[in-house]
Design a protein around this ligand. Structure first.
Ligand SMILES: NC(=O)c1ccc[n+]([C@@H]2O[C@H](COP(=O)([O-])OP(=O)(O)OC[C@H]3O[C@@H](n4cnc5c(N)ncnc54)[C@H](OP(=O)(O)O)[C@@H]3O)[C@@H](O)[C@H]2O)c1
Length: 430
């Protein structure tokens, strides 16, 4: 680090990278005051160095040779905003080996190959900061890791994917189908042309793994997270939920129960009075329950260049300060080896809507299927009659495996014409 200046090498200059460069330029004086030194972007690696990116840097600063940045002895901090596993992983390992601090927004990389990177950073005594990797502009990683270090966290429930929250909001408020809402999200730029990572829950699962790892001090990877997307959520599910005072959301849930971790992403009904129910459109929010602090909610823009850049620049300021005093932030805290529960072993509440034969004894037959699987019913009521007869059930908390067995039997039961809808119910009204 040259006297009074920290030199940053950027890997990537797309949505987040370009906004980061603009923010570093626009707020340069404030950033220098907070970091204790000026931040200078030395070079930027991209695929196409000829592209006009509307950033305050000369063309000569751009290169396609990312390795030359991580090897450059003049660079202090490497900021990775390429995304994906490779070449990001190799580049960051090489940067750490060369003594550089790291700032990254890459949830996919951290949630799958994070251990190798964190081990390398810890061994080298260097920062590996990643505030932007979960919920974009919403400060979450540092509050969970540092501000709440004195508490024990029992549960984290998040709306961490803006695309799916936008789609579910439109389905709920306009009565649109999933396909209609997704088309609108794509038209407005909230959803990618290939929306798989969002609508199938992969993006939320990576974030869930990162949140669970930090909340419970134990390594959870994306593959440990049970994952169900929103493609099977129907307009009927949403209408039923609304009628009963609930809203359907795609939730990332990390829980610690009996020293075991449950990490899952799936659509669920939450009470309209729950703070997460008010999180509309592309916003993100994470609800945290700590033993001493009680309930907290972090809310805001979970994506977008400018909001995400604030998280990246916050980390750059921290890395700069740490280098100037020869220190580092808290390293990896995944020191415990906690068992991760299979989905079948998790417990939850369920909503079921069954089309049934309208004849005497049907309710008793169906109740028997619940009963012998150990699933107890909290509420049941009938709607319609004759061919339209529908039974609606809300269960008490039950084991997922038992509920799935019950469902299988109900689907085979002569008393049941169709299982129209099944949704998990989460989030007691706080
Ligand atoms: N977008 C968001 O709102 C958001 C929010 C939170 C976190 N993130 C995370 O931030 C990261 C970046 O996202 P983004 O939306 O900014 O992506 P993006 O717009 O697709 O930008 C990616 C950048 O990386 C460059 N690049 C790709 N492959 C490269 C390679 N092999 N060598 C050098 N440069 C390469 C691209 O160069 P060219 O420009 O020349 O193609 C582009 O500048 C991802 O990890 C993402 O998950 C994004």
């Amino acid at each position: 680090m040259s006297e009074g200046t920290i030199r940053i090498g950027m890997l990537g200059c797309g949505t987040v990278g370009a906004a980061t460069l603009r923010l570093l330029h626009e707020h340069a004086d404030d950033i220098a005051m907070r970091a204790g030194c000026r931040a200078e972007v030395a070079r930027v690696a991209v695929r196409d160095p000829g592209k006009d990116r509307g950033v305050p840097l000369p063309r000569e600063a751009f290169t396609t040779d990312a390795a030359s940045i991580v090897d450059d002895p003049e660079i202090d901090v490497v900021c990775e905003v390429i995304g994906g596993i490779e070449p990001a992983k190799e580049l960051l390992l090489r940067a750490l080996a060369n003594g550089k601090s790291i700032v990254t927004a890459n949830k996919e990389l951290l949630a799958t190959e994070g251990k190798e990177l964190f081990d390398a950073a810890d061994a080298a005594g260097l920062d590996l900061l990643f505030e932007a990797s979960v919920a974009g502009g919403v400060p979450l990683i540092r509050p969970l890791k540092e501000s709440l270090a004195g508490d024990r966290i029992d549960r984290v429930i998040g709306i961490v994917n803006g695309t799916t929250n936008y789609v579910l909001t439109r389905m709920s408020e306009q009565g649109w189908s999933f396909e209609e809402a997704l088309r609108e999200a794509q038209r407005l730029g909230f959803a990618e042309a290939d929306p798989t990572a969002d609508v199938e829950g992969f993006d939320a699962a990576a974030k869930c793994a990162i949140l669970a790892s930090i909340a419970f001090n134990s390594r959870v990877v994306a593959g440990d997270v049970y994952r169900e997307g929103i493609t099977r959520v129907t307009a009927l599910d949403i209408a039923d939920a609304r009628r009963m005072g609930y809203v359907v959301k795609l939730l990332a849930i990390a829980e610690l129960e009996d020293e075991e971790i449950s990490a899952r992403v799936h659509p669920a009904m939450i009470p309209q009075a729950h703070p997460l129910a008010a999180v509309r459109d592309a916003s993100n929010a994470v609800f945290v329950e700590g033993q001493k602090v009680g309930q907290l909610m972090f809310y805001g823009p979970g994506a977008g260049g400018d909001p995400t850049a604030t998280a990246v620049v916050g980390d750059l300021v921290t890395a700069a300060r740490n280098r100037s005093i020869g220190g580092r932030s808290m390293g990896c805290t995944c020191v415990l080896d906690r068992r991760i529960r299979s989905m079948d072993d998790t417990r939850g509440q369920y909503y079921l809507n069954l089309h049934v034969a309208d004849r005497p004894g049907v309710l008793a037959e169906i109740a028997g299927d619940f009963g012998h699987n150990g699933v107890s019913i909290e509420r049941v009521w009938q709607e319609g009659s004759g061919d339209e007869a529908t039974l609606v059930f809300i269960t008490h908390r039950a084991q997922e495996g038992a509920l799935q067995k019950t469902l299988q039997e109900l689907r085979e039961s002569p008393a049941v014409r169709a299982v129209a809808s099944v949704l998990r119910v989460e989030g007691e009204e706080p």
